[in-house]
Design a binder for this molecule. Sequence first.
Ligand code: TXA
Ligand code: MG
Length: 332
Amino acid sequence: ETQILKKDQINQAVEFLRNGDLVAFPTETVYGLGAIATKEESVKNVYKAKGRPSDNPLIVTVSDENMMKRYAKFVPERAEKLIKHFWPGPLTLLLLVKEGSLPDAVTGGLKTAAFRCPNDELTHELISKLGYPIVGPSANTSTKPSPTTAEHVYHDLKGKISAIIDGGATEVGLESTIIDLSVETPIVLRPGQITPEELSEVLGEKVLINTGKVSDKAIPKAPGMKYRHYAPSAPVWVVDDVNDFEKIDFKSDTAVAALDSVLAKLNLPVENKFSLGKDLKDADHNLFSALRFFDDEDEIKTIYVQGFDEGEKSLAYMNRLNKAAAGHHFKK
Ligand code: TXA
Ligand code: MG
């Protein structure tokens, strides 16, 4: 049985982890699935619980920079700058790893590890009390949208993990920005709330953006990127121009996820609509809930989701939505 733990039960979560068990934890982005990062057997069970391909490495979640220093080969000045400015927060740093300090199951056998210090009180307490970093892939079944509530985690992983720390709905709703600092020019491997422009400003230098085109044969820089992602069972279509919503041939099995202002103009029953809120920030927060909502409705056969074109601000949202839609865009 999977237990739901409240904020005064962190000690119990610490006990589970020390025993080698798996515990899901809240962060400001999405829920993560934790195991002590240095316990190889527990880490392997994280892959099993998620149904995740074993060559896709895991984020190392730390309580602060000092904990990270035990596992990073060294901390470049760029990392110091970004940590000062953005930690704790939704930014993951790819650094060279101290050889032998973490199991291959964590790094996928790479020379780097992805370090993240989330901005969440409960998780900070958890890792501090534990004294060890925990791995932190999103706590969903592989290929499903990342979980933004404890209920989402329970839906996917009940019976497979010991506990879920319930910290309520996550604030950001999309996973952290990942920046690779192990290479000559810093490069954003996964867009998130913190934009390349903001990173570039703090670093005082150019930051590249990975375009995400990875072939199956290549060793991808962020191995997760080659896998199917965020996909509900019904096909998803991105609607880039809101005027196109009126051209869709709506049937009872059609669903729409869009901003309130867009939904208000559509002649569709309420149960076929999912509100993404009032603006892009709300849409970031609600996207994964929307995809999950219609996933559980068997009668829904097509899901149309509003696209955004707000430059770097909408990069993360469009990255996740494009993957959910497998690149399908609606045009009439
Ligand atoms: O916001 C987040 O980052 C959430 C919360 C729970 O912290 N975690 C998360 O983990 O999104 P996950 O495993 O779902 O995504 C991490 C991505 C994967 O695509 C993985 O391939 C990549 O980071 N990654 C991890 N370690 C890596 C490494 N050493 N080199 C390259 N990519 C790495
Ligand atoms: Mg994930």
